[in-house]
Design a protein around this ligand. Structure first.
Ligand code: COA
Length: 159
């Protein structure tokens, strides 16, 4: 049983993230998309909202589920009896930070391996903060996020 953890802030979850989850579910038996609680970022959506939004977005993937965690990612990964961490790399600029994190996680837990997946090319320029900015300024987010998330963004910024 190969269980993989896909961690992130997911504020919000985008089509680029969904692309990574779809790829991961075709490789691993089970994929847990997990929302990090201890991010230094000031999130727009609460943890509960992000978990709910991801649950709706991945409902058609039978071997994917969503969760959240606090503390060290490697500790969470061990608690889930998983040995794989998935990270998406969009461009070379992601690599330095991802490389550092993967090596540190390996130092902390040698049996846990980080696997990097590339999203489809058309998502390589996407990020959650760019999506938030477009939504805030009244732009069309439809091409960038699942439908349920576009709705939540519209609700958030119409207040
Ligand atoms: N499609 C679209 N956007 C993507 C993407 C993809 N496929 N892959 C990454 N991104 C974007 C995200 O939207 C995010 O954009 P933003 O900065 O504009 O919000 C950015 O890339 C990176 O975010 P994310 O992938 O969510 O990572 P993160 O840096 O926010 O989270 C954790 C990293 C949570 C995994 C890391 O902080 C962690 O492990 N924390 C737990 C504590 C710990 O163990 N620390 C020691 C680590 S060595």
């Amino acid at each position: 049983m190969k269980r993989a953890i896909y961690p992130g802030t997911f504020d919000p979850f985008t089509n680029g993230h969904l692309d990574i989850v779809q790829r991961a579910t075709s490789i691993f038996d089970e994929v847990i998309v997990t929302v990090a609680k201890n991010s230094t970022k000031q999130p727009l959506f609460s943890i509960e909202d992000r978990v709910e939004m991801i649950r709706e977005s991945i409902s058609d993937l039978p071997n994917a589920r969503v969760d959240s965690f606090e503390g060290l990612l490697v500790d969470y990964t061990k608690r889930q009896n998983a040995t794989i961490i998935i990270r998406g790399v969009r461009m070379i600029s992601d690599f330095e930070f991802e490389f550092q994190m993967a090596l540190m996680n390996r130092k902390l837990a040698e049996h846990i391996t980080t696997v990097f997946l590339m999203p489809e090319e058309r998502y390589t320029y996407l990020s959650s903060s760019i999506v938030r900015e477009i939504a805030q300024l009244g732009g069309d987010c439809k091409p960038f996020v699942p439908l349920n998330i576009e709705k939540r963004l519209l609700e958030k910024y119409s207040r």
